[in-house]
Design a protein around this ligand. Structure first.
Ligand SMILES: [Zn+2]
Length: 313
C-alpha cells in the first residue's frame, strides 16, 4: 500500500534540488505530495513539437506525451493529469482538429494517465497492458467514486502475464504498433512504434533529464530495463527518433547511452554487494552522467541505487 502511494506521489514530481537521501516518512511524503501538487497547478502549459511526418511530442508538467495524426483521427499516447487536459487540447488543436479516438497508456503512473477519465467519452478505446489496467484500478479504488473511470479497455496480455505481446492499429495512412517486451520500469510498460515515420514513443522506459525511476513494487527492475532497451536498440532502425517519458526527444545514440548508464550503475551495485544504497550513491562516478539529475528525495541517487540493488536486479 505504501509503495503504491509513493508511486503515485512520484508521478507528481517536479524538478527539485538534489538530496542524497532515500529515506522518508509517510508524513514527509504527504507534505511533498501537497507541495508538488501546488507546483504543478502552476505548470499547466503544454508545448507541442513535430517530431517527424505526422508524429508530434507534447511537453507538459514534468512528463511527455505523443500524438499520431491518422487519416480520420488522432492517437494520443499518455495524457498527463486531468487538470492539464485543457492545455493539452489547446496545443493539439494547433496541429489537427481530428478527434482523439485511441488513447494509449504506456503505464499506470498518474502523470501519464491522469486525463483518461475525461478523454474516454470521445475515444473508441484506451489501450494498455492488462497489468497497467490492474494498477490503475487499484489506485482508483482509493478515490471518491466520481473521480474513478477511464480504465483501459483494449488490453495487451492478461493480468499477471509478463510474456511479450503486441497490438497493431491501422489508421488508414499508416499502421502503429503497441509493443510489450516484458517488465522494465514496471510490469506493464508498452512502447508505441510508428514504423513509417521511424518514431518510437517509450513512456517511462526512458528518463533523460532526471534519474530513472524504476518501480520495484509493480515488478520493475534495472535488469529488465536494460534488457528491454537492448531489444529496442536491436529492433529499431538507427535513425529512429525517440520520445522519452521525461526529457527531450532524442536519437538512438542517446537511448544506447542511457542503457550504458543503467548497465554501469548495475555493475557498480553488483561489484559492491555489501555497500548500502547510500554508500553506492556516494561511491558512484557521477561525472560522466551529470545530465541524470536527481529530482527530489524520491528520485535521488540513494533511492535510485535502492532500486538498482532491488530484488529483481
Ligand atoms: Zn512512470
Amino acid at each position: 500500500m505504501l509503495s503504491l502511494f509513493l508511486s503515485i506521489i512520484f508521478c507528481l514530481q517536479a524538478n527539485q534540488p538534489a538530496q542524497i537521501d532515500g529515506q522518508f516518512s509517510i508524513d514527509e511524503a504527504r507534505d511533498r505530495l501537497y507541495s508538488l501538487h501546488q507546483a504543478n497547478q502552476q505548470a499547466s502549459q503544454v508545448r507541442i513539437e513535430k517530431v517527424r511526418d505526422n508524429v508530434y511530442s507534447l511537453y507538459g508538467a514534468n512528463s511527455n506525451m505523443g500524438l499520431i495524426v491518422g487519416e480520420d483521427c488522432l492517437v494520443l499516447v499518455d495524457n498527463q493529469f486531468e487538470r492539464t487536459v485543457p492545455a493539452m487540447m489547446t496545443a493539439i488543436k494547433t496541429v489537427s482538429d481530428k478527434p482523439i479516438r485511441y488513447i494509449i497508456n504506456t503505464h499506470q503512473h498518474s502523470d501519464h494517465v491522469g486525463g483518461n477519465r475525461v478523454l474516454a467519452a470521445d475515444a473508441y478505446g484506451i489501450i494498455a497492458h492488462a497489468n497497467t489496467k490492474a494498477h490503475i484500478e487499484r489506485g482508483q479504488a482509493r478515490l471518491e467514486p466520481e473521480r474513478r473511470g477511464g480504465l483501459p479497455n483494449l488490453l495487451l496480455g492478461k493480468q499477471g502475464d509478463r510474456t511479450p505481446a503486441s497490438m497493431s492499429i491501422s489508421l488508414g495512412n499508416q499502421d502503429i504498433q503497441v509493443e510489450y517486451f516484458g517488465p522494465c520500469h514496471s510490469d506493464g510498460d508498452v512502447a508505441v512504434l510508428v514504423p513509417s515515420a521511424k518514431v518510437a514513443i517509450l513512456g517511462d522506459m526512458l528518463f533523460l533529464d532526471q534519474l530513472h525511476y524504476i518501480e520495484l513494487a509493480t515488478g520493475g527492475s534495472c535488469q529488465g530495463l536494460i534488457d528491454v532497451i537492448g531489444q529496442l536498440l536491436t529492433l529499431l532502425p538507427y535513425d529512429t527518433m525517440v520520445i522519452p517519458g521525461h526529457g527531450q526527444v532524442c536519437d538512438m545514440k542517446e537511448l544506447a547511452r542511457h542503457r550504458t548508464f543503467l548497465q554501469t550503475a548495475l555493475h557498480h551495485a553488483r561489484s559492491n554487494p555489501d555497500k548500502t544504497a547510500r554508500e553506492l550513491a556516494e561511491s558512484f562516478d557521477k561525472e560522466p552522467w551529470k545530465d541524470k539529475e536527481p529530482a527530489g528525495r524520491i528520485n535521488a541517487w540513494t533511492s535510485f541505487f535502492n532500486t538498482v540493488k532491488g530484488p529483481q536486479s
